[in-house]
Design a protein around this ligand. Sequence first.
Ligand SMILES: Cc1ncc(C[n+]2csc(CCOP(=O)(O)OP(=O)(O)O)c2C)c(N)n1
Length: 639
Amino acid sequence: MSSPRILDRIGGPADVKALAPAQLPQLAQEIRDEIIAVTARNGGHVGPNLGVVELTVALHRVFNTPDDQFVFDVAHQGYVHKLLTGRGGDFFRKLRKSEGASGFLYRRESPHDAFGAGHAGTALSAALGMATARDLRGTGEHVVAVCGDAAFTCGVTMEALNNVVSSTKRLIVILNDNEWSIAKNVGAIAKYLNRLSTNPTYNKLHQDVEKFFLGLPRGHEMNQLYLRWKRETKDFFMDSSLFEKFGLRYVGPIDGHNLDELVKNLEFAKQCDGPVLVHVLTKKGRGLEAAVAHPEKFHGASPFDPATGENVKSAPGTPPNYQDVFGDALTRFAQQNPKVLGITGAMPSGTGLTRLSKEVPGQFFDVGIAEEHAVLFAAGLATKGFRPVCAIYSTFLQRAYDMVIHDVCLQNLPVTFCMDRAGLSPNDGPTHHGLFDLSYLRCVPNAVVMQPKDEDELTDMLHTALQHAGPAFIRYPRGAGTGVGIKPQPAALPLGHAEVLREGSNVMIWALGPMVQEALKVADRIAAEEGISVGVVNARFVKPLDRTLLLSQAACIPLLVTMEDNVVAGGFGSAVLEALQEGDCQTAVERIGWPDKFVEHGSSVEILRASYGLSTDDIVRRIKERYRHLGEAKVEAEV
Ligand SMILES: Cc1ncc(C[n+]2csc(CCOP(=O)(O)OP(=O)(O)O)c2C)c(N)n1
């Protein structure tokens, strides 16, 4: 019989503290096994979590959540924290599935989640806010920000760093340095961290002296004198760390897989009376050979075979993903035109730019997790005649909204935005769903906003955008296209022209993107069930909207339906309503889209659509009911 697992007896951090030090390596192994087993089935952030097992165990040995607070950057590495804070068992086994644990941290999921996240770079500012609030309230808890090395490529992290010493006297920052973002970390900060971790002699020497003083009677005072001397003299003869220049005491680098070292250094940081940064070196994917060998693939993996690391194959004949079609098209266009450039914010594989980076490296830029910079950088390139394409997920473009308005659209520069993950990212949840971009973009002057109905039209739209003299935004969903095949030569689409796919004399559905296929299905069902004639238009452009066609159709039918993968508030349907109102048209409009709510994570798009009243059945029912009511109202009016 196999011996019972320690992990199964962990109901919370107190149980972690109660273990003997000799039991901790076994706990770490059990946590790794559990993470590998669950992510192999459900997919998830395998590498980042396997890398922080010892670090998270050590944090829970030294600090007391929820009284003390941990703020994890991105929070994609929070699985170990979940397992140690009462979220193991079935809840963890359903990780990223409906009813299971979220793949990120949420304040509402547990009191041990001091802050929620999913976007990068937020931990340091949030932790600094918490530490400052603690100081203002006069309480004594510890606040610990856990940031990856790539978090320091985010502008907002550097803004927080600039404010640490002026905001609080006590904050602990863990720099979890594994040298990887999703891809290899980039830029000067990555090089600097690499130098710091490979040249530890200077810092080790000073930390050993500090530890020596702190071990003596009245050692604290002697240490204060020593620190003052160090501050005042060292810049003359040695290079202090960047973090010390920002006023944080630097501790490290330390081995992030050595529990004794970790606990000792965290205890030291805990008693420091100023802000301190602990530099921890970890190995992404530790404990799973394939993940160590392929850190990019195993950063966020789809289900895989733990023995071989091979992904579970998609069904034969599955059409290519939108991201790959986009990446192929951009590579082709870049090969034909040296002015075409591809820019990513630390996501070459997720956005489909890996091929461009390999085949046309001189026209590819990975700027780190720096969406604001990516957009401004593109604007600058565009002023000199280049045709930059920013490949940024819909949700992450939110971070660069001011740059979109102030630096691209106001200056009417020809920057193309390719926004993947528009619509649901079902297993990831609200931090990653791209449900707002139509609303936040269509109000911006000069913006052309479009969405293709299939992958061939995506190629046409990219071609069209690259001919257009101003800003253009193309959104498309996560996952596979429709399998239409791509024409050898892309077509230039006339801006602001919709495509009528099917005429209808009772109802017209104007749909966008993947909703076009859904609209065709819905139209067939309603025609078959009720004998109502339902037409379908592929809207293509939200801005400029095809008002001429819209008004001419609306004049001849009682009901117009809009379908979009965006929140209803301010989205495509709202654009249609505005156009009808401005054209003095009274035709009724039924808007189908996402409600004014943050949509949870769930097992699949279908399950989430059904739970928000957006399944095919729901849509069919809504249209039939609305049409029937309009008929009844008309009869009543005539009587
Ligand atoms: C604003 C934003 N842009 C991009 C991403 C996608 N993303 C998720 S994790 C990650 C890399 C994080 O690297 P690091 O902070 O070093 O942590 P690690 O995964 O290496 O532990 C990126 C780019 C994001 N979450 N947020």
